[in-house]
Ligand binder design. Structure first.
Ligand code: RTP
Ligand code: MG
Length: 141
């Protein structure tokens, strides 16, 4: 299996409830190395650009409002099959439908406040990593 990078966010609801460490522990236990990490508070423009693919969706204004409601942790995860593995441990978008033992099942409150983001494909992973990180800020090991 190829070593991949994926982009991840610990969303405002999880940061506010002091779940950063618990979520990071899930990544590391699954073999996803945290190779870059920082806390940011996204501006409206940053969130709108990040979620540009959802611009026409009815939930877009809510999504931008929520993602700018407080600080988040952004990170790059690296490991075998990292994109799919991260999506698997995150669980379904709606926590009510997420499998037991997934991050969203165990920690998330609602489809909006669903605790984590993870890239869904190689092209989006590359775009999302570059949106928040310089290559010099990423430490593969
Ligand atoms: P994410 O991008 O955050 O990792 O989540 P995802 O791929 O599972 O979901 P996506 O379809 O990309 O949607 C992005 C975020 O928008 C919110 N959403 N709300 N009310 C709704 O029907 C709805 N659908 C999506 C969620 O917070 C989702 O994570
Ligand atoms: Mg998505």
């Amino acid at each position: 299996m190829a070593i991949e990078r994926t982009f991840s966010i610990v969303k405002p609801d999880a940061v506010a409830r002091d779940l950063i460490g618990k979520v990071y522990s899930r990544f590391e236990s699954a073999g996803l190395k945290i190779v870059a990490s920082k806390m940011i508070h996204m501006t409206k423009e940053q969130a709108e650009g990040f979620y540009g693919e959802h611009k026409e969706r009815p939930f877009f204004p809510n999504l931008v409002e929520f993602m700018t409601s407080g600080p988040v942790m952004v990170q790059v995860l690296e490991g075998d099959n990292a994109i799919a593995k991260n999506r698997e441990i995150m669980g379904a978008t709606n926590p009510a439908e997420a499998a037991a033992g997934t991050i969203r099942h165990d920690f998330a409150k609602s489809i909006d406040a669903n605790s984590v983001h993870g890239s869904d494909a190689p092209a989006s992973a590359a775009r999302e990593i570059a949106y928040f990180f310089e290559e010099s800020e990423i430490f593969s090991r």
